[in-house]
Design a protein around this ligand. Structure first.
Ligand SMILES: Cc1cc2nc3c(=O)[nH]c(=O)nc-3n(C[C@H](O)[C@H](O)[C@H](O)COP(=O)(O)OP(=O)(O)OC[C@H]3O[C@@H](n4cnc5c(N)ncnc54)[C@H](O)[C@@H]3O)c2cc1C
Length: 385
């Protein structure tokens, strides 16, 4: 079963697959340090290779010096990189270049000079600050406020789980500008310099994946009106637009993880014998293999279908949720089955399986927990009846 890719996409997939098979998987247990960060020498090597392969700045539009790749090509890269733990899953080790959230392309020319171009040149880093201690899966419940006072807004509140905030020069921050309207036109997006008076890094979490997201306090932080992105009240939809591509990245990476875990479980099941026979002869093991294989076909068809249709301008939010939810859940199920089939050795750091298991466990929560995806999908299904 194959999603019909163009000849060009098939060739690109072969190139990416070869890169991962030959240059990443064989060294994947040595490329990251104890914190799960890509070691500097590997970072240099992979960044150079990414430029040769044409995946550096792949998401950046051509007019800004990037590749301006189509969504299918991006999914191919995310899927292939999802097959290895050679690069950390967060930001995929930066091997596709600096990550730019879409609203930055819509800034005024002056603000582009201050924020967009420095990010593209690697001179500045941005973080995306939406979640809060009491509003993660339900960002509409955020409490951080931005109150307009003359020519500036005054921001107060706490953001939590913010990736890279400690190293960021500025935040793309969402705050409430109209409590009555809430997520329906009451939330706006701002550019907030992290060295502004009143911005404090208040803490950091240590997660099982190695990610170390931050807590940030905003205490009467003044932000000039011109540093609001888009119109007042547009922030939530701008934020959701950024997350839409992120959901396809989740889906593709889930497919990649499931594929690799399937490969590993099949190889091991054929080679490992218990009670005088290979594990592959046991129905209990065969069913895990079959279920993973079948679900993988379904997930891949979903991800590429959603990407294909989005590329044609048919962005369907529910379909985006469906593929994210299904592929993220599958990525974890596949990693769990793979670990189970490997027994004790699967639990060790001698193999990449425990790493896939930890990373894919987090996919079911970040950028939209499964249950919330299901709630939104159900609402849309029920609307049809
Ligand atoms: C490593 C990491 C990095 C992150 N990076 C960022 C970042 O850079 N920027 C940012 O803004 N955010 C970031 N986040 C936040 C992330 O998106 C949220 O953690 C996520 O959306 C879940 O929010 P929460 O933890 O508050 O869970 P909650 O919203 O409190 O939900 C907890 C659980 O309750 C269940 N649940 C919730 N609502 C429902 C419902 N309606 N029906 C049924 N069940 C429900 C789900 O099982 C869910 O997992 C990051 C999180 C992590 C862990």
């Amino acid at each position: 079963m194959e999603y019909p890719l163009s000849e060009e996409h098939q060739l690109f997939r072969e190139t990416m697959k070869r890169f991962v098979d030959e240059e990443m998987i064989p060294v994947e247990m040595e490329t990251c340090d104890e914190d799960g960060e890509l070691k500097p020498d590997w970072k240099e090597k992979y960044h150079a290779r990414a430029k040769e392969l044409g995946i550096w700045k792949m998401e950046v539009p051509e007019e800004y010096g990037g590749v301006g790749a189509d969504l299918i090509s991006l999914c191919i890269v995310w899927e292939q990189l999802g097959r290895t733990v050679a690069v950390p899953t967060r930001g995929l080790g930066g091997i596709m270049g600096p990550q730019v959230r879409a609203p930055l392309y819509e800034l005024s020319d002056e603000l582009k000079e201050q924020y967009l171009f420095p990010v593209l040149n690697g001179e500045k880093r941005a973080c995306f600050a939406q979640s809060e201690p009491d509003a993660g899966g339900d960002p509409g419940g955020m409490r951080t406020t931005a109150e307009l006072k003359g020519d500036h807004y005054v921001i107060n509140g706490t953001k939590q789980w913010i990736t890279e905030a400690g190293n960021a020069d500025f935040a793309q921050l969402l705050a409430v500008t109209d409590k009555e309207k809430g997520s329906r036109g009451g939330i706006s997006m701002f550019l907030v310099d992290m060295d502004s008076p009143g911005v404090t890094i208040a803490g950091q979490f240590d997660t099982m994946m190695g990610d170390k997201p931050y807590i940030i306090h905003f205490d009467n932080v003044e932000v000039p009106v011109e540093k609001r992105i888009g119109e007042e009240g547009q922030g939530f939809s701008l934020g959701q637009r950024f997350l839409a591509n992120g959901r396809l990245k989740h889906g593709s990476r889930g497919v990649g993880t499931a594929q690799r875990c399937l490969d590993l479980m099949c190889e091991y099941a054929k080679q490992r014998e218990t009670f005088g026979e290979p594990l592959a002869n046991r129905q209990a093991v065969q069913w895990m293999i079959t279920d993973t294989y079948v679900e993988l076909q379904a997930a891949r068809l979903m991800v590429y279908n959603v990407a294909d249709r989005a590329a044609e301008g048919n962005v369907d939010r529910t379909d985006g949720f469906i593929q994210k939810m299904y592929a993220d859940e599958l990525g974890f199920r596949a990693a769990d089955r793979c670990l189970q089939i490997h027994g004790g050795i699967g639990l060790t750091e001698d193999l990449p399986i425990e790493n896939f298991w930890r990373q894919s466990r987090s996919f079911r929560i970040t950028e939209g927990p499964t249950e919330i995806m299901k709630m939104v999908i159900a609402r849309n299904i029920l609307r049809e009846y």
